[in-house]
Design a protein around this ligand. Structure first.
Ligand SMILES: [Zn+2]
Length: 423
């Protein structure tokens, strides 16, 4: 770091959210960006919006990849507009998880299941339907209310040591404690891990799923980096984090969700479970990819710039050929993509989304308007850019009409790829 202004606090590297070490190793600097979920109402189309630095770094001591936390979590989570139940493939994933856990761990009527960041109850509904006892812990009050209205017991709370102790003291310790894609949103990962240990029964099992950093790096999924995602985990980093708090990872499975996730199984150290071969295998794979040393991360930033150049060239050529384009899916990741690449409404006139909460709004930064899916059928664009590339097959299958006017689909991560319409 700079030594010319040793007393200037702004020159000091930030501290690692996991181990506190100084963060000196850059992964990728994505510049100043608005919050990806700060959709802009049309009446504020001309108003400026706040932007914050978005810079991912890797800790050279505990290997936790992270971005600087620019806002308190209550600001980020207010008016949280994401409802898990909107994706068909995600619901199928949730149902399969419930079936697999009941079978593997012999869960029965005496078992207590809990989920952290339970959203609208998309997962717990499958446990409850089997007659099991389950409750959720969800910080967004408006989302929790949807679950409660559906008959799914839900605590409105941030999860951490304090919440875990309150629930454990109330006799609500868990045989199975689930967390799916919440770890990245946790502002204090140590408080979270302490809470896991407290809320687990002595022999209880914790499962957590997160996008695998190895895939993010390999597939250049830099659009999953945004202010609301504080951390990006390898198994190496997850193991260090959980072991710090007396939790042992005893199994790991690869999942296809979110472009390649890990499902990690952990329990209290004194439960006596030992790391299986699956754990050793994934750790070996990460070491082979260089994830065990900071220099192993250095190839990522140039590849991110290549994705940007490829997308901008494709948009230019499409326009030069007189073809029209629209985007599908106002997903958060699209905002990192568009704002890092400098894509505007001149490049892509609108994006469609199934979520009525987003329809009528403008994307933060790029100010591209969000319309209902029907707008796509009306406009008949030659090219449909799929933003949630992890749902490409599902989206192509949902829109066979695109083929009737000769349109094609395209994805931009990890490079421009064309997809034929269904049928
Ligand atoms: Zn660290």
């Amino acid at each position: 770091m700079s030594t010319s202004h040793p007393t200037d606090p702004s020159a000091a590297p930030p501290a690692c959210q996991g181990c506190g070490a100084a963060l000196r190793h850059s992964l990728v600097d994505l510049g100043d960006q608005p919050l990806v979920n700060a959709y802009v109402p049309p009446e504020r189309a001309g108003a400026p919006e706040p932007v914050y630095p978005l810079h991912a770094r890797v800790c050279d001591r505990c290997l936790l990849v992270q971005v600087n936390q620019v806002l308190p979590p209550d600001r980020i989570f207010s008016d949280y507009a994401y409802f898990s139940s909107y994706s068909d493939s995600w619901l199928a994933h949730a149902r399969a998880y419930a079936d697999a856990m009941v079978e593997r761990f012999g869960l029965g009527p005496q078992s207590q299941i809990a989920e952290i960041a339970s959203n609208d109850g998309y997962l717990l509904q499958y446990f409850l339907a089997r007659g099991l006892s389950a409750y959720g812990i969800e910080p967004a009050a408006n989302v929790a209310q949807v679950a409660i209205d559906r008959g799914i017991p839900t605590e409105v709370a941030f999860f951490g040591e304090e919440t875990a102790r309150r629930l454990a003291d109330a006799g609500r310790s868990a045989d199975l404690l689930a967390a799916k894609n919440v770890l990245a949103h946790v502002p204090d990962v140590n408080d979270f891990a302490r809470g896991i240990r407290i809320l687990l029964k002595p022999d209880g099992v914790f499962t957590v799923e997160f996008p695998h950093l190895l895939n993010i790096l390999r597939e250049v999924q830099f659009d999953t980096i945004y202010h609301e995602h504080f951390t990006y985990l390898s198994l190496l980093a997850a193991r260090t984090l959980f072991e710090r708090h007396g939790l042992v990872i005893f199994d790991v499975e690869k999942q296809p969700t979110h472009g390649g996730s890990l499902r990690v199984y952990a329990s209290r150290r004194e439960a006596g479970r030992e790391a299986g071969e699956s754990v050793a295998r994934v750790l070996d794979e990460e070491r082979a990819a260089g994830l065990d040393r900071p220099q192993g991360y250095d190839r990522f930033a140039p590849r991110v710039r290549a994705v940007r150049d490829g997308l901008l060239a494709f948009l230019r050529e499409t326009r030069a050929a007189g073809k029209t384009i629209a985007a599908y899916g106002a997903a958060a990741k699209g905002n990192t993509l568009f704002n890092y690449c400098g894509v505007t409404v001149d490049d892509i006139p609108f994006v469609v989304d199934r979520n009525p909460v987003k329809q009528g709004m403008l994307l933060p930064g790029s100010r591209i308007p969000v319309r209902p899916v029907e707008a796509l059928v009306e406009a008949r664009p030659d090219v449909v850019l799929i933003i949630p590339w992890n749902l490409t097959d599902e989206i192509v299958a949902q829109l066979p009409e695109v083929g009737t006017w000769g349109g094609r689909f395209v994805t931009a991560i990890p490079e421009i790829r064309l997809h034929d319409p269904a049928g």
